[in-house]
Write a protein that binds this ligand. Structure first.
Ligand SMILES: [Mg+2]
Length: 268
């Protein structure tokens, strides 16, 4: 068994030294951010609960408060953002404005929409933290392989999350889909990540919770392996892309990487 513990980190960009020292086959791990390393869905729910409290206590809304938040949630899930059209703040404030108007009727209330949006956003960001055990896992893993954060989404939104969870120092590089020509699952963004680290796709593992982007992208780019984080035990559709490995928590990754490595060694 190749060890994943112990040893001090090699130079920040010195992938070859890290690999040769341990004889590892995996040279880099690409991590998704939302619902892989941070609980984005849980943080968003807490944001919605704060808005419900605000609407009930300050504006005396009753059951409409929940209806408005449900409507916003649906709009967020269907969101189609093109940076050339609008800024994300305008777009998301409009979700709140429309949801309030659809529920309460009357004239549009941009001011209330802004208050709701900023409360939701600030509460959500406050709850976007890297858990201590995730930090420890990343620190240990980085002693052996390069780590890269690969997240889809609008530049401003994702950069605010990265800042909020203070994850920058755990990675050799951070790549935000909204800052690139194409996002996951396009192979080009994975090749860009490989180039940044000076590694080949066959040296890399992609870890993420979304089959259509993280796993499909890793498969499209010909990575060594894809690892699906399936926290809720979802049964995928038969047509879904098939990951190489499935785990219920990102914390299972070090042991899994060790087994990937052993298999690779046996083949050679
Ligand atoms: Mg995700």
């Amino acid at each position: 068994m190749r060890g994943w513990g112990g040893g001090r980190a090699a130079g920040r960009w010195n992938v070859a030294a890290r690999r040769d020292r341990m004889g590892l086959n995996v040279r880099a791990v690409f991590f998704d951010l939302d619902n892989t390393l941070i609980d984005t869905a849980g943080a968003s729910r807490k944001g919605m609960l704060e808005v419900i409290k605000l609407l009930k206590s300050k504006y005396h809304y009753k059951e409409e408060a929940e209806i408005i938040c449900d409507k916003v949630q649906v709009k967020l899930s269907k969101e189609c953002f093109h940076p050339s059209n609008k800024c994300i703040t305008d777009l998301r404030t409009s979700h709140w404005e429309e949801a309030i108007q659809e529920t309460k009727g009357g004239a549009a209330n941009r001011k209330l929409a802004e208050e709701c949006y900023f409360l939701w956003k600030s509460t959500r960001l406050q709850h976007m933290t890297l858990a201590e055990d995730v930090k420890a896992m990343l620190t240990e893993l980085r002693k052996e392989v390069c780590l890269l954060l690969l997240t889809n989404g609008d530049r401003q939104t994702q950069r605010e999350k990265i800042e909020a969870c203070a994850c920058q120092s755990y990675f050799d590089a951070i790549v935000v889909g909204g800052e690139q020509k194409e996002e996951k699952p396009a192979p080009s963004i994975f090749y860009y990540c490989c180039d940044l680290l000076g590694v080949q796709p066959g040296d890399c593992v992609m870890v993420g919770d979304t089959l259509e982007t993280d796993i499909q992208g890793g498969l499209n780019a010909g990575l060594k392996a894809t690892v699906w984080i399936n926290k809720n035990g979802i049964v995928p559709l038969r047509s879904s892309p098939m990951p190489h490995y499935v785990v219920s928590s990102v914390l299972e990754l070090p042991a899994l990487l060790q087994s990937i490595d052993c298999k690779a060694n046996k083949r050679t």
